[in-house]
Design a protein around this ligand. Structure first.
Ligand SMILES: [Zn+2]
Ligand SMILES: [Zn+2]
Length: 292
């Protein structure tokens, strides 16, 4: 069997599992883009739609085995790689030896790494393959634990029959490949890989085009980002601070009230609590206290 035959055979089994595959350089890095691609294809949408065989790294991954064979034709030393993330339905726990092995044992003891389809890497680590739960899961070094990386959306793994360029050791599947079942990614790990929620920003609804005081904007942001159940307390604190600014002549009471009332409404604090006008409710009492 030639090297190309072995790559084609492996690619076939991967594609049958719903995984998309592509070629990396002999050094395990993405192949260079052609000149037009370098100049014109910059966004994920453009790279995903690109017809080139090997441009744009994992965006070139495909489930067309003939296309995969063409990527390796004349370059049998290239490494076969699997795109991870929702595109292949995979979230991979990537264990880097030697430190990562300790982290892996720890995670196993915590019940976070159920037995699943696994690959021994050419550097002596592990790729544990789990089912992608949907949505977006971040990839990155140390995202799961010390020396345990995430290979999920925007990521890829090298796969058998590749050999590691530094060690010369092969990547090999464990257990009853190619039918080894894939377990679900543990929800605790999935939660670790969700992107942080964007901090909400004050939506003024066009009533005032901008809040000129950075400090007042900061107070509004504090209200918007109040912990659940702590909204009214935070609103009172912010109103006191704004009251001090009014007393110092930095802002007018009307603007302070307007900004804080808008932030409170956006957070979902009921109008009757925030106060419909500056004479009543949380904002009014905070503003008055701050001005004393
Ligand atoms: Zn190209
Ligand atoms: Zn392109």
């Amino acid at each position: 069997m030639t090297a190309l035959d072995r790559i084609r055979e492996a690619a076939q089994t991967y594609v049958e599992r719903g995984w998309k595959v592509f070629a990396l350089s002999t050094k395990k890095s993405p192949l260079a883009n052609c000149d037009p691609c370098r100049a014109e294809h910059r966004t994920p949408v453009q790279m995903e739609a690109c017809e080139c065989l090997t441009c744009h790294g994992f965006y070139a991954a495909t489930d067309d085995v003939d296309r995969v064979e063409a990527m390796f034709s004349g370059h049998p030393g290239r490494l076969l790689a699997i795109r991870t993330g929702a595109a292949s339905g995979l979230a991979v726990v990537d264990v880097d030896p030697p430190e990562g092995l300790g982290t892996m044992r720890q995670l196993m003891a915590e019940g976070l790494l159920p037995e699943t389809c696994a690959q021994r890497t050419g550097s002596g680590g592990w790729h544990l393959l789990y089912r992608h739960p949907g949505g977006y899961l971040m990839s990155g070094a140390g995202k799961i634990g010390p020396k345990v990386d995430s290979k999920a959306d925007g990521g890829y793994i090298v796969a058998a029959p590749s050999t590691h360029p530094r060690t010369g050791e092969p990547y090999t599947w464990r257990w009853d490949w190619p039918t080894a079942p894939i377990d679900d990614l543990h929800p605790t790990l999935a939660a670790r890989l969700r992107p942080p929620a964007p901090r909400p920003r004050l939506d003024t609804g066009g009533r005032f085009t901008e809040v000129s005081s950075a400090r007042l904007r900061g107070l509004a942001a504090a209200v918007l980002n109040a912990e659940e159940g702590n909204g009214n307390n935070t609103l009172y604190w912010a109103s006191c601070k704004a009251g001090e600014m009014v007393r110092a002549g930095e802002i007018s009471e009307a603007v302070a009230y307007d900004v804080l009332f808008t932030a409170a409404a956006q957070l979902g604090i009921p109008e009757r609590d925030a106060g419909r006008d500056p004479r009543h409710g949380t904002i009014g009492s905070g503003l008055r206290r701050g001005q004393r």
